[in-house]
Design a protein around this ligand. Structure first.
Ligand SMILES: Cc1cc2nc3c(=O)[nH]c(=O)nc-3n(C[C@H](O)[C@H](O)[C@H](O)COP(=O)(O)O)c2cc1C
Length: 453
């Protein structure tokens, strides 16, 4: 853990259609079709930027979510949407989720590098391995690859994209009209990758960006996910219900990063929080209850069944989780860490399925806190100071109102305590997260070879 006293919080606005609460779209002020309307996203992005958030983030999966009866089942492709948002913002980081299981490294390295250029070096990539059978069925597979195999592919995927992004040296572009030399071909090099999953010649056809290449973000918390994060991730999204759980995750990730030869301060851990804010605790609880009352249990059952990989009819509403569901091994091949978190919460607190659905409705397992601005600040500061977080994924239960309330009522107190920036002091996403621009692997190797020659 860091001993620095000048630490400041990093805040990422995790955006989701009309809000993270599954019934947010039903509030009187909400737009039920927000997912597909650019004006909604521009409003959220400019709002988060005006408040100087480090970044905004879009989750994703190449599949419909649910049947469409009780909530929007689709969403725009995040890199496409972020390209539009890059044009209407100047500073805020833009993080998109993209799967390593259902993409090819060359195409994805190129798309990510292109958006990183278009945005002036503000892009982040939330690297996921795609947990569901339904995703596999969209890509010609009879069943999804095993958890361990997905992470093995992700590992080689990262090896390839990092080499592609570094296939251009920073001095590749010359632009000398007098001599007619556009570039220096010795700086644009093949990668000749021959691996188990990929054979890629390279070089990439896009140069390094102002921040070199997109910030690497990761969001899986299983053992394999943590090992992967420790090797590659510069920022880590995570879900924790309690301070103790978050401290365990934070301490373990920092330890693993150091064991992998990295600086613990350069791995930014961001747990999610869904703040439901009222001027009194009673007002906050009333807002939470209003949202809870709008939930449709049938939707919650479908969503819970998906994460635990059981049929909704196997989840009796007024009983605790059945033992066969708790013991079921297949869920561990899918949403491994999230299914474990839900089972732990349900069994340790002896919750009925109905109570579990109520707890998950606000943020799918993220920490939902209904309280006054002071109570929210206390939690953020406690987690930040007690080794559980370097910042937070701020998840508005309803959007934009949840983000507006956080900006107007919580940020001023964090700023008064010197815990959050007043202005951006850099231009790239890595600048905002206080991370260095990565050295070019090829240039570093060449320099080493020159020294030893
Ligand atoms: C904040 C957060 C956001 C996530 N976003 C996505 C996402 O957009 N798409 C996805 O497939 N998985 C997402 N995940 C889930 C994990 O990345 C992962 O797919 C799943 O938990 C399985 O990996 P694990 O077993 O290592 O935890 C997210 C997790 C967290 C904590």
């Amino acid at each position: 853990m860091s001993n620095r006293t000048d630490r400041r919080l990093h805040l990422n606005a995790f955006l989701m259609e009309a809000g993270h609460h599954e019934a947010a779209w039903r509030l009187p002020q909400s737009n039920p079709n927000a997912d597909f309307e650019l004006a909604h996203w521009i409003k959220l992005a400019t709002l988060a930027e005006s408040a100087k958030f480090d970044s905004l983030f879009l989750a994703d999966g190449p599949v419909t979510q649910g049947t469409g009866e009780f909530r929007s089942p689709g969403q725009l492709e995040p890199l496409t949407l972020l390209t539009a948002l890059a044009a209407v913002t100047e500073h805020i980081g833009l993080i998109a989720t993209v799967s390593t299981t259902y993409n090819d490294p060359y195409n994805l390295a190129r798309r990510l590098a292109s958006v990183d250029h278009v945005s002036g070096g503000r892009v982040g990539w939330n690297i996921v391995t795609s947990a569901t059978e339904a995703e596999a069925a969209n890509f010609g597979l009879d069943e999804r690859p095993l958890h361990a195999d997905r992470y093995e592919r992700a590992d080689e995927f990262l090896d390839v994209v990092l080499k592609l992004w570094d296939s251009w040296g920073d001095a590749a572009y010359v632009g000398d009209k007098a001599s007619g030399r556009w570039g220096d071909p010795s700086q644009i090099r093949p990668i000749d990758h021959q691996g188990k999953h990929f054979q890629v010649a390279g070089p990439l056809n896009v140069p390094r960006s102002p921040q070199a290449y997109p910030l690497l973000v990761q969001a899986g918390a299983s053992d394999a996910g943590r090992a992967f994060a420790a090797r590659y991730a510069e920022a880590i999204f995570t879900a924790s219900q309690t301070l103790e759980h978050a401290q365990e995750f934070y301490g373990d990730l920092k330890k693993r990063a150091v064991a992998a030869g990295r600086d613990a301060d350069q791995v930014i851990v961001l747990p999610g929080i869904v703040p439901i804010i009222g001027s009194t605790e009673a007002e906050a609880k009333a807002l939470a209850a209003e949202l809870d009352d709008l939930r449709i249990p049938e939707y919650g059952l479908l969503a819970l069944g998906k994460v635990l990989e059981v049929e909704p009819k196997e989840l009796p509403l007024d009983e605790q989780l059945p033992q066969h569901v708790i013991d079921r091994p297949t869920a561990r091949e899918g949403f491994k860490s999230r299914s474990e978190l839900i089972i732990e919460m349900a069994t340790s607190e002896r919750l009925t399925v109905r109570q579990v659905l109520s707890r998950l409705g606000g943020g799918r397992g993220h920490n939902v806190v209904a309280g006054t601005p002071e109570q929210i600040v206390d939690i953020l500061v406690t987690w930040f100071e007690q080794g559980a977080a370097d910042g937070f994924n701020v998840m508005g239960a309803a959007l934009p109102s949840g983000l507006e309330a956080f900006i107007e009522q919580v940020l001023p107190e964090l700023r008064a305590r010197g815990l959050f920036r007043e202005e951006y002091d850099g231009s790239t996403l890595r600048d905002h997260y206080g991370l260095p621009r990565p050295q070019n692997l090829f240039d570093a190797t060449a320099a080493r070879n020159r020294r030893s020659a």
